[in-house]
Design a protein around this ligand. Structure first.
Ligand SMILES: Cc1cc2nc3c(=O)[nH]c(=O)nc-3n(C[C@H](O)[C@H](O)[C@H](O)COP(=O)(O)OP(=O)(O)OC[C@H]3O[C@@H](n4cnc5c(N)ncnc54)[C@H](O)[C@@H]3O)c2cc1C
Length: 311
């Protein structure tokens, strides 16, 4: 069994930032990140669909609230800044939002395609067990999956938790990725939708992510909840009808559907990271703790490392 000073479950923004923070000033620490997907980033996701490229999770991050991380990403030379429809200064990577995660993950020890299914307590440490039966041992474990998935893991490990955590609910999001014959003229990546159920439209060509005309269209929680489990062809038909009503001149070449079961938390837990009572060294973190969005994930990462190494 491999030993580490910290095992992080999840290579999204929270998990990657937490590992970076834990290594600051203590490069001798061994930190292992276990990620169930084939790539890093979680809800920072970029899809290459030649000739178009789409960010289909987070589109931007707030510059001010991301502080030192913004400075770190800027050094890659791939960051563009915008003013979003709320007047907030935001940043994005022209290599796609997953590039932010990839940039963070350099020099980190990450095991991809590794889904954690159970935690077991030995005398003074945790055994972290993957679905293929691999095991890691550490006195500290940080779980950064969306809360319902984290609670499933606790349940299969027979670990009890504060009952309020079960009430943390996430909105789902249905997202349509549109390859276009040509982009409507404009200079901002943010196209205001005319009305619900379209929540946001981002022009990936204006955002400098895609070399050809491409839009990412996010549907609101009401529409996304109602049709989340529906047949994909039916959802696409309904979604395309909405888009054509609001943007009748759009010349759509192809459309792909992306579904996020856990898009954004509806409520935020009162602590930026949460220690599981009676289970020393076991901490939950993520945007449901630090606050909505990438800056919330970064805030939670910092709080989690303080709980794990300073308390
Ligand atoms: C459509 C959409 C649009 C958004 N737009 C914005 C935006 O414009 N700006 C903004 O700031 N935020 C936005 N967000 C929110 C933002 O993406 C999230 O707040 C942030 O990425 C959360 O990061 P995280 O690391 O906490 O969680 P995640 O990114 O969900 O990371 C959790 C990771 O854990 C892994 N995992 C889960 N279970 C296991 C397991 N058992 N074993 C191993 N690994 C596991 C997952 O695969 C995932 O990689 C958006 C989200 C969505 C879905």
């Amino acid at each position: 069994m491999e030993r580490a000073d910290l095992i992080v479950i999840g290579a999204g923004m929270t998990g990657l930032a937490a590992a970076k923070i834990a290594l600051e000033g203590a490069p001798e620490r061994r930190i292992v990140i276990l990620e169930k997907s084939a790539g890093v980033g979680g809800r920072l996701a970029t899809r290459r669909s030649p000739p178009a490229i789409f960010d289909h999770g987070a589109q931007t991050y707030p510059v001010m609230a991301s502080g030192i991380w913004h400075e770190f990403w800027k050094r890659s030379g791939r960051i563009d800044e915008w003013t979003d429809p709320e007047g907030v200064r935001v940043g994005s990577s022209r290599a796609g939002m997953t590039d932010l995660a990839k940039h963070l993950s350099q020099d980190l020890e990450i095991r991809k395609n590794t889904k954690v299914v159970r935690l077991a307590r030995s005398t003074d440490s945790w055994n972290v067990i993957s679905e293929t039966g691999e095991q890691w041992e550490s006195t500290r474990v940080l779980i950064t999956a969306p809360v319902p998935q984290s609670l499933e893991l606790l349940k299969s490990s027979r670990i009890s938790h504060a009952s309020g955590l079960s009430q943390l609910v996430y909105d789902p999001a249905l997202v349509l990725l549109l390859g276009l014959e040509s982009s409507p003229s404009g200079s901002s990546p943010f196209i205001p939708p005319k009305h619900p159920p379209i929540l946001s439209v981002t022009d990936q060509e204006q955002k400098k992510v895609s070399g050809t005309a491409a839009w990412t269209v996010v549907f609101d929680p009401e529409f996304s909840t109602r049709y989340f489990e529906s047949d994909e062809i039916q959802v696409k038909t309904l979604a395309l009808r909405e888009i054509r009503t609001q943007f009748p001149d759009l010349n759509i070449r192809d459309a792909q559907l992306k579904k996020w079961r856990y898009s954004r938390p509806q409520q935020i837990w009162p602590e930026s990271a949460h220690s599981i009572e009676g289970n020393q060294g076991l901490v939950l973190a993520g945007d449901a703790f630090g606050g909505n969005g990438i800056d919330g994930a970064l805030r939670s990462a910092k709080a989690a490392i303080a709980l794990l190494f300073l308390s």
